[in-house]
Design a protein around this ligand. Structure first.
Ligand code: TPP
Length: 311
């Protein structure tokens, strides 16, 4: 079950995050030239930009860290609340080969990369949110709030299972999500598996400040303790400390993962929720900014060398 905390592992996690961030941005913007084999031109950009960037980096960070730490545990699962961050979920399902198992076009090569990017938010392609077509999805991805309740249901009677559940800080404002924290009292018996909630504290709910991000650290920690969990705050972008936090032997941990909404993109916080640069098809400056943004991940060489094998 326990992960390794060595330089190679940390570097692999960081690399995976960069690749998934790249694929998230490429899905949102590109209809051609997915690996930037030539400078971007307006015709490479989708005519209608429809999707959510702001939450994607945090999803990629949580997915990579937990997946790595629990890589030896066949009974580990990751449940995602904010289904609007579908480009990130799709990127992870793609590079792990999970999508290929249900969709023969999602091959781990240039063709597969082109397929998932072009078809995201595209007529007759993939929807902008997680959907029943997505492997492992059990509720439609556009409605926030059910992730914890679903996960508690999944571990009932399955003591072998461990499930990490990513909940948005805006999502935790839904009655369903906050009340689901009470399920710990009902389902913490030895017959049932383990739930590891992760609050994605990126500060914003759409473009307004989230309530939980505006509470003091002490107030938030006390709230979490009141539900019977032990709060552990982690900086999403400090991979080493993240892995060390996962290795701590803590009863009923509740991870508070901090990231800046839209981290890595051209703007952050309230401006980053959906599409940060809205007119790259007609605005040359924005087109170059999308290109620089994509290049900043240093992911193209890694993606060019996928050659059929998952990362
Ligand atoms: C039940 C429900 N209420 C409202 C919405 C509309 N909505 C879509 S995204 C979003 C913000 C979610 O904030 P958060 O969970 O913090 O995600 P992030 O900021 O990381 O995108 C809201 C309110 C929804 N999808 N479902």
């Amino acid at each position: 079950m326990s992960g390794r905390i060595d330089i190679e592992t940390i570097e692999k996690i960081r690399q995976r995050i960069r690749v998934c961030d790249y694929l998230s941005v490429a899905q949102l913007y590109l209809k051609d030239n997915f690996l930037l084999e030539r400078p971007l031109i307006p015709d490479d950009i989708k005519p209608r930009l429809l999707g959510h960037w702001g939450t994607c980096h945090g999803i990629n960070v949580a997915y990579a860290n937990f997946r790595s730490y629990f890589s030896d545990d066949p009974n580990f699962s990751f449940v995602l609340g904010p289904g609007h961050g579908f480009p990130a979920l799709q990127a992870n399902l793609f590079i792990d080969g999970d999508l290929l198992r249900v969709d023969p076009k999602a091959t781990l090569d240039k063709n597969g990369i082109s397929y998932i990017c072009k078809c995201f938010s595209w007529p007759d392609g993939f929807p902008s949110h997680a959907s029943p077509y997505t492997p492992g999805i059990i509720t439609e991805g556009g409605e926030l709030g059910y992730a914890l309740a679903n996960a508690y249901g999944m571990v009932m009677g399955h003591s072998e299972k461990t499930i990490a559940v990513l909940i948005g800080d805006g999502e935790l404002e839904t009655a369903t999500a906050i009340d689901s924290l009470n399920l710990r009292d009902l389902l913490s018996g030895s017959n049932n598996g383990r739930i590891l909630p992760i609050l994605h504290l990126n500060g914003y709910k759409i473009s307004a400040p989230s309530i939980y991000a505006r509470k003091s650290e002490r107030e938030l920690n006390e709230l979490i303790r009141g539900f019977g969990f032990t709060p552990i705050t982690v900086d999403g972008d400090d991979t080493e400390k993240f892995q060390l936090a996962l290795a701590k032997d803590i009863k009923n941990p509740f991870y508070i993962m901090k990231t800046d909404k839209g981290y890595g993109g051209p703007n952050r916080y309230h401006e980053a929720h959906q599409i940060p640069l809205k007119n790259p098809k007609v605005n040359e400056e924005e087109l170059r900014a999308v290109e620089d943004w994509l290049k900043s991940y240093g992911a193209i060489e890694i993606l060019n060398n996928l050659k059929g094998a998952a990362l």
